[in-house]
Design a protein around this ligand. Sequence first.
Ligand code: SF4
Length: 355
Amino acid sequence: MNEKGLKRKYTHPVKVGDISIGGNFPIAVQTMWKQPLQEVDRKLINRIKKLKDLGCDILRFAVPDEQAAHLLGELSKISTSALVADVHFDYKLALIALDYPVAKIRINPGNIGAKWKVKEVILKAKDREVPIRVGVNSGSLPFKLRQLKNTAHAMLEAAEQELEICEQYNFKHIIFSLKSSDAHTTIKANTLFSERYDYPLHLGVTEAGPLIPGIIKNTAALYTLLRMGIGDTIRVSLSSDSVTEIEAAKAIIKTVGYQTAEPNIISCPTCGRTIFPVKDFYEKIKGNIEKLHKDVTIAIMGCPVNGPGEARAADLGITGTQKHVIIFKQGKVIRRELIKNALSVFLEELDRIHE
Ligand code: SF4
């Protein structure tokens, strides 16, 4: 139990490339590449690196055909990120991807078909020492399980059917996900699974929706599960871009109370009393904060009502007063400046936190 009352359920660790999932390893952040994979070039590699720098530990690619399987394979030879092949329907695509150093294969028990196909993928993954994520989605359960009234139990059963095949071949490098577009069903299915098994869990609400409802559904489910100690890696799926998914995932992990190498940002919502332009100011310093991989609290506040209190409690805080801003560092006022100088002096102080 840590100081925030968190006790993580132990799951046996599984290596995904250089990232360890489960055990006492940090909760890993994942997202999915949102465009078709058509060619491997420097631009693509730089974009993947940018996602990694932002905090993406694992990046998944859709593999809808043989060309995509080979391209992802070639990419996995040169990328420093842990890349995952996401395979539906055609088990042969997983077999192709496994000819390359991909970090993980994701298969969906609802659509991969006969047991012998799953067996082939498992045996090759075992031979190559590549883990598999068995990704159960409530929207694509095997036909028989779709008839069950209790969706969470049906999802558990789908996972168990796949687990049975894996265990038959003594394959243990498995991560499970049980995702529904409904937050309650996601919570229930993962809780049921976690009560029975100690395989690592990848959490997410599938098809969660556009930005605001999507983040709310994901936060409701993922926060609840992580606070219960359930979950080893998360993906916040949104009808939005990958950067937003990563930022949302990192914010959920932080809010749950896990220590992360990311700043905690406090800022006021602004109101009729606002003297200092909080939103514009944050936009100007956002890039510098993103580079600050430290567990510190930064406060940006708009007026003397709540501003000094929050800014004083932060590692570095700024608040507007009349014509001035006051900058606090770990509880002490370190500078009073004219608002027009706020940006340059605050960036100076941010740089000092970097050091
Ligand atoms: S801190 Fe001041 S400006 Fe910000 S919301 Fe509160 S009262 Fe309004």
